[in-house]
Design a protein around this ligand. Structure first.
Ligand SMILES: Nc1ncnc2c1ncn2[C@@H]1O[C@H](COP(=O)(O)OP(=O)(O)OP(=O)(O)O)[C@@H](O)[C@H]1O
Length: 259
């Protein structure tokens, strides 16, 4: 079943085409990786998909509901974890989570159980009564993630979710996302890290300069590239050829450090 459908989705700023007409469908339970270098159009696309930035043209449907025609209904089904979470500094972690739960009308009992489970998972239990302004960047990301999960969304959008997390938390997040997808949640995740796209995602879409260069499972991408043992890096080069692709690969980060 299709959970996310983008039809001719486009964003221009003046004459600059940040996102060129994009057509894409993502199925229920899929973990989709949106891979591209800085400035490729990943955040712009996610903001249009989550109802934060109005498309210049085209539509976004979430579980059959048009994000821009019926925003409240569409947003009920989603959670969005931005790359820089903007949290209320004067709330404690727990107050923040309670606020999210009240907006999404989660019952008290369900909220308590879910919040405690995820706080424990990300080692935040001891900090939950402290003000968010005292949290480190990584802690802010993690509490925003817990907030995204307390209402059990059908679709989760994450923008560069592992950036800023310590390796242990990043590993837990990857495992958690895989488990959620296996249970039917759909995840749309942007990344500029090749290994994340290659090892975690069911399908990968490669975006550069606002347009989708290639899309498919690793196996499909390998076939397109004509090499069954190819890595995502090889595929990039084979699909596109030339110096541009080599430059692009250089601009993508590898996990565990920059090239
Ligand atoms: N408000 C804006 N006004 C003008 N141009 C913009 C605006 N927001 C984004 N852009 C441009 O749109 C293009 C895509 O930007 P976007 O932030 O979507 O890229 P990205 O793939 O998310 O990059 P990063 O990995 O650095 O976050 C860039 O060329 C950027 O300069």
């Amino acid at each position: 079943m299709t959970t996310i459908k983008l039809s001719n989705l486009k964003k221009t700023y003046g004459k600059a085409e940040a996102v060129q007409p994009l057509n894409l469908t993502i199925n229920e339970g899929e973990l989709f990786g949106f891979l591209g270098p800085n400035g490729a159009g990943k955040t712009t696309t996610i903001k249009m998909m989550t109802g934060l930035l109005e498309p210049t043209e085209g539509t976004v449907e979430i579980a059959g509901v048009d994000m821009w025609k019926k925003p409240l209904k569409a947003k009920r089904n989603i959670a969005y974890l931005p790359d820089q979470p903007n949290l209320y500094p004067k709330l404690t972690g727990w107050e923040y989570l309670k606020f999210i739960a009240s907006v999404f009308k989660v019952s008290e009992e369900t909220f308590q159980a879910r919040a405690e489970k995820y706080l424990h998972m990300f080692n935040l239990t001891d900090s939950v009564d402290e003000l968010l302004e005292s949290y480190s960047h990584g802690m802010k990301q993690k509490i925003a993630l817990v907030g995204a999960l307390v209402h059990d969304p059908k679709v989760i959008f994450l923008d560069e979710p592992t950036v800023g997390l310590d390796p242990g938390s990043a590993r837990k997040l990857k495992q958690l996302l895989r488990n959620l997808c296996d249970q039917g949640t759909t995840v749309f995740m942007s990344t500029h890290i090749l290994e994340i796209a290659e090892t975690m995602c069911d399908r990968v879409g490669i975006i550069t300069e606002g347009s989708l260069l290639a899309i498919g499972t690793m196996e499909e991408l390998r076939k397109q590239g004509g090499n069954n043992n190819a890595s995502l890096e090889d595929i990039f080069l084979e699909l596109t050829g030339g110096d541009d692709a080599a430059e692009l690969i250089k601009s993508l980060e590898h996990e565990g450090g920059h090239r």
